[in-house]
Design a binder for this molecule. Structure first.
Ligand code: NI
Length: 261
């Protein structure tokens, strides 16, 4: 069975001691491709180095995370930095992200976050790349922004989707969007498990968000891409379909979205 981890921060310092082993473990479990979302310029070099060392296995994205906008006087030059890297393309970039709105920590920077989001949406449209959206405590706000781009061919992933069935239907109607499901779905009483019953399997992609959000049996530990099949197993149980079908369909959806087919 083949899987794609559509969202993993393998360049994070928490993998410094055993990164190649971590990647090999994932590949052995069938996770043959791992997409790396960017955070900010502090980690760009590590992300690019990793993609360069593992071509075809670790695939780079570029973007600027919404929480890195907060309290950061340099946020506009961060956007310029991402735009410059796209232009120079030291490695192929397969998507723009992660970007979005995160009003959980503070609502003071929502205007700045929204400007950063729009800037990156325009980049995605210019380069015809999918976007990876991080949304926390901001569904109403992000729906309003994304709705403005409804007929412009925007496509992408709502990463770590934690919305309602209603929000899923609204977002699905706004463009070619898919929904990233991660370790949270394995947690007891996770609301997303009930929402999943109302989502189409063809709308889902798998993600670990490693080193964050490990599946329930690894809670409190570092997450890694090798744990991705546990998420697929949980989805197979909820949807009442064989694991093979979850692997096959989510892999195909991710390949299609990232232009690998
Ligand atoms: Ni992330």
């Amino acid at each position: 069975m083949l899987y794609i981890d559509t969202h993993t921060h393998l360049y994070d310092e928490r993998f410094d001691a055993d990164r190649p082993e971590t990647i090999r473990r994932a590949v052995e479990r069938g996770v043959r491709r791992m997409f790396l979302p960017a955070i900010d310029s502090e980690s760009h070099d590590r992300l690019i180095d990793l993609a360069r060392s593992w071509p075809g296995t670790c695939l780079a994205m570029i973007g600027f995370h919404p929480t890195s906008v907060n309290d950061n006087p340099e946020w506009r030059s961060e956007l310029e930095c991402a735009a410059r890297l796209l232009e120079e393309s030291p490695v192929p970039f397969y998507g723009i992200g992660e970007m979005g709105l995160d009003l959980y920590w503070s609502r003071d920077y929502r205007k700045e976050q929204e400007e950063a989001l729009r800037f990156q949406i325009e980049l995605a449209l210019r380069y015809d790349l999918p976007i990876v959206l991080h949304t926390r405590e901001a569904f109403t706000e992000i729906i309003r922004v994304i709705a403005e781009y409804k007929h412009r061919g925007l496509r992408g992933i709502f990463h770590s989707f934690a919305g309602t069935a209603e929000q899923y239907r609204i977002l699905r109607g706004l463009g070619d969007f898919r929904f990233g499901i991660g370790g949270v779905v394995t947690y007891k009483k996770a609301p997303i498990a009930a929402v999943l019953e109302q989502m189409e399997l063809t709308d889902l992609v798998l993600e670990t968000d490693a080193p964050y959000l490990p599946p329930v049996s690894f809670r409190g530990q570092r997450n890694e891409s090798a744990f991705l099949p546990l998420i697929a197993e949980k989805i197979a149980g909820i949807k009442g379909v064989p694991l093979e079908e979850v692997a096959r369909i989510t892999t195909r959806t991710a390949e299609h979205l990232f232009g690998l087919l």
